[in-house]
Write a protein that binds this ligand. Structure first.
Ligand code: SF4
Length: 302
């Protein structure tokens, strides 16, 4: 299923990134629904860490005890269920170490994890789907999943957990401009009925172990979206403008290749092996066993 069916375009943050990075990549991923067959260790590692954190924060929201032992078991089960031949240092042992260190540093949180919605459930791993209006005949639905919503002395914040191996000086500048986080603040306002003060980025940075040991570092920073006002409306207008451009390409069945993004600091684009082929040979590579169906959605990933 493509993201565009029956004149409804379902778009999430990763789709927005794709359509603004390289429309051809967006075509392969979102319209043709293909993704590389090989497991991506960084995504797998980050996803499993998220699960261990979600368990803890759900329990905290319900004022129930949680245990580190249970978190480690969650990690073990998930790593076993998703074997990855080339996991490298992003393995179960490292994930368990990250969670243990994280709990040491953040044992007592300076915030409450909120509950809400019609069922008063913990606002943890909270999926949403918002109707954003129409572009021409196409209805736009924005979807996503908010990691956690918390409240502290400064107000309510959307909290996003980020696992990374790169946390240089520009990391916070990138986070400051994050479309994803403003989108989640918008979603909080529209789907839960209250506008958050802003968002907190909760970073769990892990680098490849060296001779001198393992490098695990944690950092948090908050960003304000309620004041000055208008930031969320500006995000919505900007998002719809980006989607409008992609629909223009889609309606013409022309998806420009943005070659600047073929090679980046982490390696090459997952569709590099397709685009490097002569035009007539690309389809067979895209449909080869090197790629599989892209079924990912923020609404039902686990
Ligand atoms: S290899 Fe380059 S042109 Fe092809 S999809 Fe990726 S970024 Fe776009």
């Amino acid at each position: 299923m493509t993201i565009l069916t029956n004149n409804v375009l379902t778009i999430d943050n990763s789709a927005l990134e794709l359509i603004t990075t390289c429309p051809r990549k967006a075509y392969f991923s979102l319209i043709r629904r293909r993704r590389i067959e090989a497991e991506q260790p960084a995504l797998r590692f980050g996803g499993h860490i998220h699960s261990a954190l979600a368990y803890r924060y759900k329990r905290e929201a319900m004022l129930k005890p949680w245990s580190e032992e249970k978190q480690l078991t969650i990690l073990e089960r998930r790593f076993v269920a998703t074997p990855c031949i080339d996991e490298g240092w992003r393995n179960l042992g490292m994930a368990q170490k990250v969670i243990q260190h994280y709990n040491e540093q953040h044992l007592l949180e300076p915030f409450d994890v909120l509950r809400g919605g019609s069922n008063n459930l913990p606002l943890v791993e909270r999926p949403f789907a918002l109707y954003m209006g129409k572009i021409g005949e196409t209805s736009i639905v924005y979807t996503g999943r908010i990691d956690t919503i918390v409240k502290d002395i400064e107000g309510v914040f959307v909290m996003d957990h980020k696992t990374t191996s790169v946390m240089g000086p520009t990391y916070w500048q990138t986070t400051n401009m994050s479309e994803q986080q403003r989108g989640y603040c918008y979603a909080c306002k529209e789907s839960l009925g209250f506008e958050p003060t802003g968002y907190i980025t909760n970073v769990l940075a892990t680098r490849a172990p060296t001779k001198t040991g393992t490098s695990i570092e944690f950092a948090r920073q908050r960003f304000y979206t309620k004041v000055p006002p208008g930031q969320l409306d500006e995000w919505r207008d900007n998002m719809l403008a980006q989607v409008d451009v992609f629909l223009y390409y889609h309606n013409k069945s022309i998806y420009p290749a943005h070659h600047y993004h073929c090679v980046h600091k982490f390696g090459v684009c997952e569709f590099y092996s397709v685009c490097e082929m002569p035009k007539d040979a690309r389809e067979s590579v895209l449909m080869s066993p090197a790629f599989k169906e892209n079924t990912w959605s923020p609404l039902y990933h686990n």
